[in-house]
Write a new protein. Sequence first.
Length: 467
Amino acid sequence: MSFIRSFNYILITITIILNVYIFTYPSLDTKQCSWNSKSTYLQNSNPLVNYFKDLYSLYFGNLVPEDITSFEKELRLMAFGDPQIKGNWPSTPYLKKLDTYGNDYYLGHIYKVMKNRLNPTHVVALGDLFSSQWIGDSEFFNRTKRYVTRLYNQPEEHIVPILDYISKNEQVDWIEYSNDLKSKNLEDFNWEYQEVFDWTTADYSKKFAKTPLFLNVSGNHDIGYSGDATWQHMARYNKLFGKDNFWIEYNKGTPQAFRIVVLNSLLLEGPALQPEFLEYTWEFLYKLFEQRFKGSTILLTHVPFYKKEGLCVDGPYHEYYNEETMKSEHYKNNLLRSQNHLSQDVTQRVLNLIFDESEKYPGIILTGHDHEGCESYYSLNNTDYSWYSTSSKPRNQPFVKEITVRAMMGEYGGNTGLLTGKFSQARNQWDFHFSLCPFIIQHVWWFTKIISIISLFTTSFIVIFNL
Ligand SMILES: *[C@@H]1O[C@H](CO)[C@@H](O)[C@H](O)[C@H]1NC(C)=O
Ligand SMILES: *[C@@H]1O[C@H](CO)[C@@H](O)[C@H](O)[C@H]1NC(C)=O
């Protein structure tokens, strides 16, 4: 056997191993990468046995849950933190452009593998879909297009209206949008949905098989912090990603009642560029509170709640525009420029408004923003009626768990968050369980693509020239 042939065998072996890895990685960590279910077939202590058993059940067995329209007993929500896709400009170096292009498919690969494996009922991207709030409409449209075709590949029926709108490449009519909102009474805002399974059908019932409901959460890079957010930001986000604040109630009036609340946490505190936005968000919270909803709440929002230094990687931090930081935009002086958490006061108010019944109906919070990920617990102190955060689960006391989902970005390992909700008949309430399924840093994914191409070439070469 010639040297070149032996070399090629090694190349092919590595290619196969890497490809098997990237296409079956969740089966290597079945505990983190599956819904929290009772089935015990994965409890074997031999990881290799687990791996093959898992693959077997994935393709021939019952690992993929079928039903995605009834949430009587089970909710399966897949959560992605901060994809933050970048853009290309004429001056961007060629390699950087290639990197951005490949990154879209790296993220898309994670979504595809996880979605096919686990058939979620809901998917949420927890804000910061894009990497910058300082982009024009055209670039916002172009990233949206990449987002719905490459990252979270949506069925054609879902993306046709989005792509139609984008293809016109007209600037968004934010003046009309602002006039419309300003002319409305706060009481006439509509944030409420019931039993939504599909955004594209008139009655929100499910039409397309196996398509989870996609939930969008606004991040500071999508619409800006409150010192940045303009009518233009809000108009285009609304046009392509829907409302920034809303709730959906499921199984209302039954013991299995629960609701999903999507909150725009960027527009809760100021000083804001457009103070109206803060008014809208607070009104949303008051309306939500007035529902006096009897059921569990899953809160999805971008900015984590206040916690003291050291509980998570990000500590409390607020920054305001000043003489130096406002650059040429003098009108921004003193406005809110950035924040790691909600302030202590806003945290108290929001938790009171959303989780006022959490003693009876357990709740859970998913956030993004800090990239590293973190889990903490909020419990209400019955002497001073304030919420306190701790890093360990409080004993003998009701609490609301907050999970800051580790970023999906390549640098952080391409994570998927899995929230399983199960209704316990015995205790007559929902139980929530969260796990984080990491993929691998993007370099390995890149390397797999490159080595696959090289071995294809060398093999063809050997075959053609009969070496
Ligand atoms: C967005 O894409 C369109 C069509 O490919 C292109 O004409 C336009 O220049 C792009 N916008 C930006 C800001 O690059
Ligand atoms: C959320 O985004 C997805 C993907 O971009 C889109 O298909 C869906 O329609 C959006 N949701 C709403 C309510 O607009």
